[in-house]
Design a binder for this molecule. Sequence first.
Ligand code: ATP
Ligand code: MG
Length: 325
Amino acid sequence: MERVLSGVQPTGNVHLGNYLGAIKQFVELQHQADCYFCVVNLHALTIPRDPAELREKTLELAALYLAVGLDPDKVTLFVQSQVRAHSEAGWLLQCVARMGELNRMVQFKEKSKGADSVVTGLYTYPVLQAADILLYQASRVPVGEDQKQHLELTRELAERFNRDYGEVFTIPEPMIGKVGARIMGLDQPEKKMSKSAESAFNYISLLDDPKTIEKKLKRAVTDSENEIRYDPETKPGVSNLLVIYSLLTDTPITRLEEKYAGSGYGALKNDLIEVTVDHLTPIQQKYQEIRKSAELMQILKQGAEKASQVAEDTLHKMKEAMGVI
Ligand code: ATP
Ligand code: MG
């Protein structure tokens, strides 16, 4: 059976971009593939954070994975730091990666811009991400569009390793949805929605209450026309709202354009508020139940054990190939 791996960082608040671009695909894939989904908490260390908050966000994200419908009997759900092979393989791959290729990573440039100093982990983290994927011999990796460059690096490292040390890795393919792979910020629709955005008006968190969702969507930036039309180039704000609406309701965008022909932005926003609240309420109820139960820790423990078996096997092959005893 085909192997799939993906992860989300336990940073900030999981938002509709993460959900529509990546996590919703996880839920569909669990019925078709041997899936490994992780909370990539080691990646979260690339920006200094409060330890107590990181711990809390790690559990929050794991509980959200279950709340959106991942079934721990079908998928392997784990926390990255609980599978030691990730750090070890990350180092081995750092000795395969080149400075030149890391220098080209757009995300590093964006995340380090304006910072007085950055930790070296922010620079090398795409290599750790490559290790995350390659350890599981994943053939497909469902991610949002912003991860395309990191996936290309992963493929490059895998090919180089296989060429220089012998065939160890499966070469993974990114799985990037046609629609929703780049949900834009509500307050800045020319940039992607992001957990690390400065303003909470940038995103809808999966845990936002109805009042907050209403406030944020009402404030969402549109344009000075009053025509509901999908045109990301000239109408990024309205187009983004249409994409979100379309994905939450499984309605083609063209149908929405017909439905709202002649209506104003207020009508579209009011309906989208209702659609979003309806979609997120059951997820939030399930989330609360999971956080109250003791089951979560047990699921993560079992997940880490199962993931370790696969990861250790690949790590052993890597070390053998590289002559590390
Ligand atoms: P950060 O700003 O801290 O990097 P993030 O919002 O980019 O947070 P990640 O944890 O880095 O979230 O990414 C998790 C997954 O969500 C990845 O597959 C990523 O490609 C996807 N993703 C992130 N932002 C968006 C977005 N705006 N639209 C679609 N997919 C997204
Ligand atoms: Mg990101």
